[in-house]
Structures are given as structure tokens and as C-alpha cells.
Design a binder for this molecule. Structure first.
Ligand SMILES: [Zn+2]
Length: 318
């Protein structure tokens, strides 16, 4: 159980004078754990943060072992699958066209890669297969162990306690991780020190400037209180990157609407439609072919930067 001694009240990480507006008050809808949390917006710079928030020592309470991202990312043993030759030919084309998960990376020859928040190691495994030398950092000990079992060097613990690597990296990635950090600017500075000149940083985060956020507010699936401590827009993410020593060079808005469906699930569950609500909430894990059906709308919204997730490429400040 978490009590008031586990909660901390912090200022805007960009060093602005304290001047916040409350945007919403919400709670943990993913696991139904206790506590109410405010999202506030810094009047000076526009950056939104969860405040007050669980302290670094107590946040583990809100990461139970069944926390979704840990489960969904185990390395699957390759199963022999029979696919017709036409399917084999079409698959890469379909993947390229729909480009759902945007594992899109800068054009780089394989080198040294660090994944922050590598969970059970699926992406490390994928990149090792492409010739990269991979390392990971993972907050959950259980997930880190699962990744390490495949022979990868993984630091179990937060980014803050991770030791300096022996050699610098060419590429650092973090899929949906920056919003979880207590000190995102400190983390970004640390990553900058660990990289080679000209190295790339690729991050994905929820986009709080999206239509989804405006529609659903405290019921937005990607809000994930209190695990998400900062809630970025393209502008505020750019400022935080700059303060951490990085310059944003490219932004890609994902062409997916799974947050929209799951948020509708939260809304329906709150209105007493538990069965249907729950079905929609689990949509992101089971979207399958529905993602293709929703693609035209997702594509349209992404053109205007209105989908709920974005991936950015950044480089060390000149
Ligand atoms: Zn601020």
C-alpha cells in the first residue's frame, strides 16, 4: 500500500517558476490500484506532468508483475509456419504500407545499440538478428532476467543507476519509456554522454496534443496514471530534448487508433457496460485485422498529428 510519505511534489523539470494549472484528475485505470493523481500544465512552458506523484522509491507499487508491457514483449521461439509463396511475397509489402508500429529507424549501418526499457527483449532480439551489438536497461527485474536469458547484456534497474557502458553507442532507442522517468532531462543527458558523436536517439511517447487526449482526458488509455509522469506534445518534447542535450530532427505520428478504441472501453466501463468496455480495453493487444480496417482514418488523423503516439528522431546538440 502507498501512503502520503511515498508521494512527492515537484516543480517543472524545465526549471520554470512554479505556476501550474490543473488539467485533470485521474486514477490508475489499468490495474485499478488506489490513489488519485492530478495532471498539471506548466503555465510558462506548457509541459504537462503528474503532480504530486509517487516517489522513485514507491513507484514500483504501480508496476505489478502483470503490467502489460512486460508480458507482451517476451521473445517468441520461432515456430515453423507454412505460408504460401504469394503470402511470402506480399507480407513485406503490406508491412511497409501499413507501417503500424513504426520501428522506423534512421538509416544506419549496424553498430552498438542501447534500448532503454527493453522489457523482455523482443526488440533487442530483432536488432541482434540484423547484426547490431545490443544492450538493454530494464526497470523490472523479472523482465530484465527474461531478456538476459537470451544472452543480452541488460542492466536491471532504472536508467538513473545504470553504469556507464564500456564503449559508446551509435543508436539509443526507448519505446514508450521517457514518460515513465522521474527525471527525463537527467536521463537524456546521461544518454548523450554514452553516445558517439553524430549518434541518434529514437523515442516513442504518447502524444498529449492529440484529438484522443482532448476527447477522453482522464479516460485516455495512453494517460496511464500514475505510471506516466510527463505528458508530452511535440512542442514540449522538443524543449525537454533540447534541455537534455538533443535536437529533434524528425517526428512521425503513428497510424494507429488502438488508444481511441481502448479509451472508449474505459468510458463504457465507467458507465456500467463492463463486458463491452473490457473487450474494447483489451483491443490494443488483440487488434489484428481491425487495425487494417481503421487504417484509413488513422492515416488521415496522423497527417494532422492527431493520433495518440509519436516517434521522434533526435541527434546530439551541435
Ligand atoms: Zn515549465
Amino acid at each position: 500500500m502507498i501512503d502520503s510519505t511515498c508521494i512527492e511534489n515537484v516543480s517543472c523539470p524545465l526549471g520554470c517558476p512554479r505556476n501550474d494549472n490543473i488539467v485533470l484528475i485521474g486514477r490508475d485505470l489499468l490495474h485499478d490500484l488506489p490513489g488519485e493523481f492530478a495532471v498539471v500544465k506548466c503555465f510558462e512552458c506548457g509541459l504537462m506532468r503528474t503532480n504530486p506523484r509517487p516517489s522513485p522509491d514507491s513507484i514500483g507499487f504501480y508496476y505489478p508483475d502483470d503490467y502489460g508491457p512486460y508480458l507482451g514483449t517476451r521473445v517468441q521461439q520461432a515456430k515453423p509456419k507454412q505460408a504460401s509463396s504469394i503470402k511470402k511475397l506480399l507480407r513485406p509489402l503490406v508491412k511497409w504500407f501499413f507501417n503500424f508500429n513504426v520501428a522506423s529507424l534512421p538509416p544506419l549501418a549496424p553498430g552498438r545499440l542501447l534500448e532503454v526499457g527493453c522489457a523482455s527483449g523482443v526488440f533487442l532480439h530483432h536488432m541482434a538478428g540484423q547484426g547490431w551489438q545490443v544492450e538493454g536497461i530494464e526497470f523490472s527485474e523479472k523482465a530484465a532476467q527474461a531478456a538476459a536469458q537470451h544472452g543480452y547484456h541488460v542492466h536491471a534497474g532504472p536508467l538513473e543507476t545504470a553504469p556507464k557502458p564500456d564503449e559508446p553507442f551509435d543508436l539509443v532507442v526507448g519505446w514508450m519509456v521517457l514518460e515513465h522517468l522521474h527525471d527525463p532531462i537527467g536521463g537524456l543527458k546521461k544518454l548523450r554522454e554514452w553516445t558517439k558523436p553524430g549518434a541518434w536517439l529514437v523515442l516513442s511517447v504518447p502524444n498529449s496534443a492529440s484529438l484522443e487526449f482532448r476527447l477522453f482526458k482522464e479516460k485516455w488509455y495512453a494517460l496511464q496514471l500514475p505510471n506516466h509522469l510527463h505528458h508530452f506534445t511535440p512542442e514540449t518534447l522538443g524543449r525537454v530534448l533540447q534541455a537534455g542535450g538533443w535536437t529533434m530532427e524528425k517526428i512521425h505520428h503513428h497510424r494507429v487508433l488502438s488508444n481511441l478504441i481502448a479509451s472508449t472501453g474505459y468510458l463504457l466501463r465507467g458507465k456500467g457496460y463492463a463486458g463491452l468496455g473490457q473487450k474494447l480495453i483489451s483491443f490494443p493487444e488483440r487488434a489484428g485485422r481491425w487495425s487494417y480496417a481503421l487504417y484509413p482514418l488513422a492515416w488521415f488523423l496522423s497527417v494532422f498529428g492527431q493520433t495518440g503516439r509519436m516517434t521522434i528522431w533526435a541527434r546530439v546538440n551541435p
